[in-house]
Ligand binder design. Structure first.
Ligand code: AMP
Length: 472
C-alpha cells in the first residue's frame, strides 16, 4: 500500500522520534466530514489497509520449529500447528489453554481474560480446526471497530494460510467493490463491524444462515445500546449456526444475561474476573486542574520519553486539539477518531504501528482490542467516563507479559469516574505527583508561606476529589 503511507515526518531512527515528528495523513487542511456509523456504500478506500494486510499476512520473523509448538498436543490439523509455529506461538496462553478443550468439542463459549492475552487465537484456532467445507463464509467475527476487524482478519489469515483458508475484514468506509470481490473469491472467515455486515446481509451478498461459528469479540461493547439492535438482527439471521463464542476482558452480569438468550449451555471460561488489569502495567493517577493538563502531559513526555504512547481523550474535538497542540510544541503526534475519513484513519494507524511517529492521540475508537507492538505508555489525558473503557485503554500496553505504564490525569470533576474505575478493577490507583511541577494538591503539612498562593486545593474522598474547605 505504498501510495498511502504518511509522507512526512518519517524519522531516520523510526522509534523514539519524540520531538519534531510531523503530522501524518495530509495535515489539517480540508477537515474531513464524519464517516463513521452505518455504511453509506461509498467506495472511497480502494487501497484500504484491509487490502494491504490481505496481501502480506506472512511475517515469519518469529517462527519456531513445529516440534516446539505445544499446540500439537491438541491434535490439531498439521497445517494449523504449522501456522501457529510460524507465528511463534510456542505454548498456548492461559485463555487459549482453558478455552480449547471446550471449543474444540463445539461448545458455546463465554470467555473473559485480561487484555492482550491471546483471546483472538483462542476462538480462531478451534473454529479453523472445525471449519466445514460447505461453500460461502463459514465463520463471522463481529467486532466494534473497523481497525479491529482488520486486525482479526489478519490473524485469521495468518492462522488459516496453510489450510488454504482466506479471511477478510468487512467494515464501513471501506470499498464495497473490494469486499464483494473478496466475497466472490471464496473466503471463509469474515471479521466485520455490524453496520456493514448488515448491509451485506440486506443485499444478499453475505448469508448468515448455517454458519460454523459466530464470535462476538469485545462482547460487552457489542451489547451496548448503540449496537444491541444490530446484534439481535445479526444473531437472529445466524439462526442455524453451530457454535457461538463471546469474548471480552470486561463482562458484566448485564451482558451475561443478554448473551444467555443467544447461547446454548455455554462453557464459561473466566480468568481472574476480579483483577481486570495486568500486573505488569504500572498504573498511577495525577491530580491536576483542567487548565494545566497540557503542561503536565508535556512534562510527562519530557521526563519519561515514552517510546510509543497512546494518549486518550474523551472527544474527537479534544483529540484534534490535543494532537495539534502537541504538534505545535514539537512532539510527533497524530490523532485518530471516528470523525476522520477511513483512509486517513488507516494511514495514521499504519504510521503509528510502523513507528513513524511516537504519539497517537485517540478517542475510545482505539481503546478496544488493538494489538500494537511495544506501546510503552497509555496516557489518559481525559479520564474515561465508562470504567470498562479504562481497562481496555490501559490494555493497549503491557501485552503478552511485557511491561507498560498507564498514567491518568484526574481533575477535580473526575473523582467520581476514578472511584468507579477503582471499584471495577478492584484496586486503588496510586496518586503520583511530579515534584517541582505545580499540581493542585499541596502538602498540608508544609509551612504556610511555602504553600502555593494560587489554585484551589482538593482532597481525595470515597467519592472522588472534593475541594477542601479553607480554614478561616
Ligand atoms: P490478542 O489478545 O488476541 O490481541 O493477542 C495479543 C498478542 O499475543 C498478539 O500479538 C498475538 O499475536 C500474541 N499471541 C497470541 N497467542 C499467543 C501465543 N500462544 N504465544 C505467543 N503470542 C501469542
Amino acid at each position: 500500500m505504498t501510495g498511502s503511507h504518511p509522507s512526512r515526518a518519517r524519522s531516520p531512527g523510526r522509534r523514539g522520534n519524540h520531538r519534531g515528528g510531523g503530522r501524518s495523513g495530509g495535515g489539517r487542511s480540508g477537515r474531513p466530514g464524519r464517516s463513521g456509523g452505518r455504511s453509506s456504500g461509498r467506495d472511497d478506500a480502494d487501497d484500504g489497509l484491509a487490502a494491504a494486510l490481505q496481501e502480506s499476512p506472512d511475517d515469519d520473523s518469529k517462527a519456531i520449529p513445529i516440534a516446539e509448538c505445544a499446540f500439537g498436543e491438541y491434535e490439531l490439523k498439521p497445517e494449523l500447528v504449522q501456522a501457529l509455529a510460524s507465528c511463534g506461538y510456542r505454548t498456548p496462553s492461559e485463555i487459549q489453554a482453558r478455552t480449547l478443550p471446550f471449543a474444540l468439542e463445539g461448545r458455546d463459549i463465554i470467555g473473559q481474560a485480561k487484555t492482550g492475552t491471546g483471546k483472538t487465537a483462542a476462538f480462531l484456532v478451534p473454529l479453523l480446526q472445525n471449519l466445514s467445507d460447505r461453500p460461502g463464509p463459514r465463520v463471522v467475527v463481529v467486532v466494534p471497530t473497523r481497525e479491529l476487524s482488520v486486525q482479526v482478519a489478519k490473524e485469521a489469515q495468518r492462522l488459516g494460510r496453510f489450510l488454504g483458508v482466506r479471511a477478510t475484514a468487512i467494515y464501513g468506509g471501506d470499498s464495497m467493490k473490494r469486499q464483494l470481490a473478496e466475497l466472490n473469491a471464496g473466503l471463509k472467515v469474515i471479521a466485520a463491524t455490524p453496520g456493514r455486515l448488515l448491509d451485506h446481509v440486506g443485499r444478499g451478498t453475505i448469508s448468515l444462515r448455517d454458519l460454523d461459528g459466530v464470535v462476538l469479540d469485545e462482547a460487552d461493547r457489542m451489547f451496548d445500546l448503540g449496537f444491541r439492535e444490530d446484534m439481535a438482527r445479526i444473531l437472529g439471521a445466524a439462526q442455524g449456526r453451530r457454535q457461538t463464542m463471546l469474548f471480552s476482558a470486561t463482562l458484566g452480569d448485564d451482558v451475561l444475561g443478554l448473551a444467555a438468550r443467544y447461547m446454548s449451555d455455554p462453557a464459561r471460561v473466566f480468568l481472574a474476573p476480579d483483577k481486570l488489569t495486568v500486573e505488569s502495567v504500572h498504573q498511577t493517577c495525577f491530580p491536576i486542574d483542567k487548565e494545566r493538563k497540557l503542561l503536565l502531559l508535556i512534562e510527562l513526555l519530557r521526563r519519561e520519553k515514552p517510546e510509543r504512547s497512546i494518549i486518550f481523550t474523551r472527544t474527537k474535538h479534544g483529540a484534534d486539539r490535543l494532537a495539534e497542540n502537541l504538534q505545535k510544541a514539537g512532539w510527533g503526534a497524530n490523532e485518530i477518531h471516528s470523525g476522520l475519513p477511513q483512509k486517513k484513519r488507516e494511514r495514521i494507524l499504519l504510521g503509528f504501528r510502523e513507528g513513524e511517529f511516537p504519539f497517537l492521540v485517540a478517542t475510545d475508537v482505539a481503546a478496544r482490542g488493538l494489538d500494537i507492538d511495544d506501546v510503552t505508555h497509555v496516557i489518559n489525558f481525559d479520564v474515561p467516563e465508562n470504567a470498562e473503557d479504562y481497562v481496555h485503554r490501559v490494555g493497549r500496553t503491557a501485552r503478552m507479559g511485557k511491561q507498560g505504564r498507564a498514567a491518568t490525569f484526574v481533575t477535580p470533576d473526575d473523582g467520581i469516574f476514578l472511584t468507579a474505575i477503582e471499584k471495577l478493577i478492584n484496586k486503588e490507583v496510586p496518586i503520583e505527583i511530579f515534584e517541582d511541577f505545580v499540581h493542585v494538591v499541596v502538602d498540608p503539612s508544609a509551612p504556610a508561606e511555602e504553600k502555593k498562593p494560587t489554585g484551589p486545593q482538593y482532597r481525595r474522598t470515597m467519592h472522588g476529589f472534593v475541594r477542601a474547605r479553607r480554614k478561616r
